[in-house]
Design a protein around this ligand. Structure first.
Ligand code: FE2
Length: 219
C-alpha cells in the first residue's frame, strides 16, 4: 500500500470531518478512539508497514460507525438485549460498510475491516460467518482491541474489569473468537507497551489528530 498523496489526505480529512460529528452516542465515540489507539499499537507490534498500520487505525476508529443507524434505546439499554434487539444491533457492521463504501474509495480498505469486525476466527461470528484467514487481518486486529476494550471499560449493563481479567478473556477467546497469533503478541508485550497505550488514550480524548491517521482534529 502506497502512502496517500496530499490531495488524498485532504479528501480523507474532509470525510472524517463529515462523518465523525454525526455520532450521537459519545460513549461509542470514546470506545472507537480507544480501539483505534490499541489497534495502531497492535499493528506495529505484529510488524505491519506504517501505511497498513494507519489504514487499520482508520478502520478501528470508524469500526462502529454503523451504530449511527442503531436506535439509542438499544445502544444504551442497561440490561442484556432480547433477540429482536440483538438482530438490530448486529446490523451495524454491514451498515458501517455501506456508509464507508458510499463515502470515498479512499476508505475501501477500512470498509472491509468494518464489515468483518465481529467475525470470529473459528467461523462463529457475524454477519457472514467468515473463518480464519478469510477475515481481513486488520479486522482480526480490531477484534482483539475491541474485546480488550469491552472488558476494561464500563458498559451500560456492567462495570469495567481489571487488566488481568482482560488478559484472561483474550486467553479464553484465543483461537475461538480471536486470531491466536495476534493474541499471543498482545499477551507477550512488555510493560511499556501498555504505558504507551494509556498515554495515547488520555491524549486522544482531547485531540484525535495525535494518532496521525488523518490530520483533522475532531472536537
Ligand atoms: Fe461493533
Amino acid at each position: 500500500m502506497k502512502p496517500l498523496s496530499k490531495s488524498d489526505q485532504q479528501l480523507l480529512e474532509q470525510h472524517f470531518y463529515n462523518i465523525a460529528p454525526d455520532w450521537k452516542d459519545t460513549e461509542t465515540q470514546k470506545h472507537c478512539m480507544r480501539v483505534a489507539v490499541f489497534s495502531l499499537h497492535i499493528g506495529r507490534a505484529v510488524g505491519l508497514a506504517e501505511e497498513q498500520v494507519k489504514s487499520v487505525g482508520r478502520a478501528a476508529f470508524l469500526h462502529d460507525i454503523g451504530k449511527m443507524a442503531t436506535p439509542e434505546a438499544i445502544l444504551r439499554k442497561p440490561s442484556a438485549l432480547n433477540p429482536e434487539e440483538l438482530a438490530i444491533m448486529r446490523k451495524h457492521p454491514y451498515d458501517g460498510y455501506q456508509l464507508l463504501k458510499k463515502t470515498t474509495p479512499l476508505l475501501d480498505d477500512a470498509a472491509e475491516i468494518v464489515y468483518a469486525h465481529h467475525e470470529n476466527f473459528d467461523g462463529t461470528g457475524y454477519p457472514r460467518g467468515l473463518k480464519g484467514e478469510e477475515i481481513p487481518f486488520g479486522a482480526r486486529i480490531v477484534a482483539v482491541a475491541n474485546t480488550w476494550d469491552s472488558i476494561t471499560s464500563d458498559l451500560p449493563y456492567r462495570k469495567a474489569k481489571s487488566l488481568d481479567a482482560a488478559d484472561e478473556e483474550l486467553q479464553r477467546c484465543r483461537g475461538r473468537q480471536l486470531d491466536p497469533t495476534i493474541v499471543d503478541t498482545v499477551l507477550n508485550m512488555p510493560e511499556d507497551f501498555w504505558v504507551g497505550i494509556y498515554q495515547d488514550i488520555k491524549a486522544v480524548y482531547n485531540n484525535i489528530s495525535i494518532l496521525q491517521i488523518t490530520p483533522v482534529a475532531i472536537q
